[in-house]
Design a binder for this molecule. Structure first.
Ligand code: ZN
Length: 292
C-alpha cells in the first residue's frame, strides 16, 4: 500500500498495509481516531488503492492509471461518498437504503466498488440497523469504509461485522502534519544520498539542515525506517513499512547488509546525541564522514 507520503503513525500503517498487501483487507472497515480530515484523506487513498489497476498491491494506489486519476479528481464512478443528504448532514436510513440497492449493481469500471460512509458515528440506530443487512452479506466486489470518530459510538452489531483500524493522533494539528510530510521528503533525500555512497552528495544534503535541528531529527528517524526496510528487502521481505519503498529498494540493491547495518548504527547514534551537540555543523560533518 502506498501511503502517498502522509504522516500517518507507523503502527497504523503497518496494520493496514499488511492486510491490504496480502489481499486480506476485510470487506468492511472502520477508520477511527485522529481527526476527520486525516480519516477522510486516508479513506480516499484506500478507495483509490482498491480501484487501482496496478498489479502489485504494495504500490497501490499507483497514482498513474486511469482509475487513480479519476479517483484523485473525485470522479470515479465506483467510489461513492455516502454523506447525509438531510439538513443535519447525518447519514440517514434513506441514504443507507440507497446504498443497499446500489451495492447489488456490479461495478462500472473497476473490479471493486467502494462506499465511504462519512461521519458513521452520527448515524442513528435506524440507519445502523438498515446498514446491518448489507454488512452481513455484502456482494463480493464491495468494500465499505466507515469514517468514524470512535467505534464506541456504533451499535455492537455493526462493530462486530467490521474490523476497526485506529489512526494515531500524530497528525492532529496541521503544523505537525506538514512537518511530518516534510520529514518524509527530507528522509528520502538523505537515504538516497546514503545509497549513492558519495560523501559529496551526503554533505550537500545534510547541509540543508544546518539551521534546523528538529527537521534533521525527524528526517533521521525516518531514515532509520528506510534503512530497516532496505535490510528486510535484502532478506526476502516484500513489503516496506516506511512510506519510502522506492528508496528502500535502491538501498537494498546498492548496499551490502553490513553497510546498511552500519549506516543504521551511525544514524541512531547521531540521533541519540543530537540534543547534546551544540554545534550543528560539527554533528553534520561527523555524520557524513562516518556514513562514508
Ligand atoms: Zn492506479
Amino acid at each position: 500500500m502506498n501511503f502517498e507520503n502522509k504522516g500517518y503513525d507507523s503502527k497504523f500503517k503497518e496494520l493496514i498495509s499488511s492486510a491490504f498487501d496480502s489481499g486480506r483487507l476485510p470487506h468492511a472497515i472502520i477508520l477511527e481516531g485522529a481527526n476527520e480530515t486525516t480519516r477522510m484523506t486516508f479513506a480516499k487513498t484506500l478507495a483509490k488503492a482498491l480501484v487501482c489497476k496496478e498489479s502489485t498491491n504494495e504500490v497501490k494506489p499507483c497514482g498513474k492509471c486511469a482509475d487513480c486519476l479519476k479517483a484523485e479528481s473525485m470522479s470515479h464512478v465506483d467510489i461513492k461518498f455516502v454523506e447525509g443528504t438531510n439538513k443535519s448532514k447525518t447519514v440517514s436510513v434513506e441514504d443507507i437504503r440507497r446504498v443497499r440497492s446500489d451495492a447489488y449493481v456490479v461495478p462500472n469500471e473497476a473490479e471493486r466498488k467502494v462506499y465511504i460512509i462519512t461521519g458513521a458515528h452520527k448515524m442513528n440506530e435506524t440507519a445502523m440497523n438498515a446498514f446491518l443487512k448489507v454488512l452481513e452479506e455484502p456482494p463480493s466486489y464491495v468494500n465499505f469504509i466507515l469514517e468514524c470518530e470512535d467505534k464506541a459510538m456504533l451499535l455492537q452489531t455493526v462493530k462486530s461485522r467490521c474490523v476497526a483500524f485506529r489512526m494515531g493522533d500524530l497528525t492532529d494539528d496541521s503544523v505537525t502534519a506538514k512537518k511530518l510530510e516534510k520529514s518524509y521528503e527530507n528522509a528520502k533525500l538523505i537515504a538516497d544520498a546514503i545509497s549513492l555512497d558519495s560523501e559529496i552528495e551526503l554533505m550537500k544534503v545534510l547541509g540543508l539542515f544546518e539551521k534546523d535541528k528538529e527537521a534533521l531529527k525527524l528526517a533521521l528517524e525516518e531514515v532509520i525506517l528506510i534503512l530497516r526496510d532496505g535490510l528486510s528487502l535484502k532478506s526476502g521481505a516484500e513489503k516496506c513499512l516506511s512510506g519510502n519503498g522506492e528508496t528502500a529498494r535502491k538501498i537494498s540493491s546498492n548496499m551490502t547488509s553490513e553497510k546498511i547495518m552500519r549506516a543504521m548504527d551511525v544514524v541512531s547514534e547521531a540521533l541519540s546525541g543530537i540534543q547534546y551537540f551544540a554545534n550543528q555543523n560539527l554533528l553534520l560533518a561527523r555524520l557524513s564522514s562516518r556514513l562514508k
